[in-house]
Design a protein. Structure first.
Length: 197
């Protein structure tokens, strides 16, 4: 299968949500691409660095992450922040990974947070996620595929500096030495986010 045909979808949470997990593993399908699904159980004693170094994250095309992942009281690591803040940090390190943030606290359109399913309504979790989540994942996949198509065009363009093309293509493929962005730089970004709250 060609690289264009495969999409890596990763769900990250410290407390796995069964409804999301079941939907992504059993129900979600994309008509055009083969979606490979993985989960990462975030461990409270590890920091965001463990996610940035995780092969599952670096190879991901689309990530679903819990909004309160790093804010949980059980998280013992330094540098607690929200899933939406992680989305911005990840965008700096891996600009071509699409990140969707989910929350049990409901929708927040200012930060594009997707509400988790709550039982008790007339919809099943599958119906809810088909309505609320499927299109967002599909749109994220479209953006990933667009970048893949552009990268192929870039690779064939002999007028663009080879180093620049390689760096962009490597980043798209999950290869990124984030030495340019040190732990101190990331900690400074986190502190800036927290001071804005």
């Amino acid at each position: 299968m060609s690289i264009k045909g495969k999409i890596n979808l990763v769900y990250i949470d410290d407390d796995r949500d069964e409804a999301i997990s079941a939907y992504l593993e059993e129900d979600y399908q994309n008509d055009t691409y083969d979606v490979e699904y993985q989960e990462i159980q975030f461990e409270g004693d590890k920091g965001y660095e463990s996610l940035l170094d995780s092969p599952e994250v670096t190879k991901a095309n689309v990530i679903l992450i819990d909004s309160r992942l790093f804010e949980n009281d059980s998280i013992k690591c330094k540098g607690k922040f929200s899933g939406e803040e992680f989305r911005m940090i990840l965008r700096k390190v891996f600009p071509f990974i699409e990140v969707l943030v989910i929350s049990q606290n409901g929708e927040n359109k200012d930060f594009e947070i997707i509400p988790k399913y709550r039982s008790g309504g007339s919809e099943t979790s599958k119906e809810y996620y088909d309505r609320v989540l499927k299109n967002k994942i599909d749109e994220s996949i479209k953006r990933v595929v667009t970048f893949r198509n552009i990268s192929k065009k870039l690779e064939n363009n002999k007028e663009i500096e080879k180093f620049l093309v390689e760096k962009a293509v490597d980043s798209l493929n999950g290869i990124n030495d984030y030495d340019d962005l040190s732990k101190e730089d990331i900690d400074t970004l986190i502190a800036a986010f927290q001071s804005m709250e």
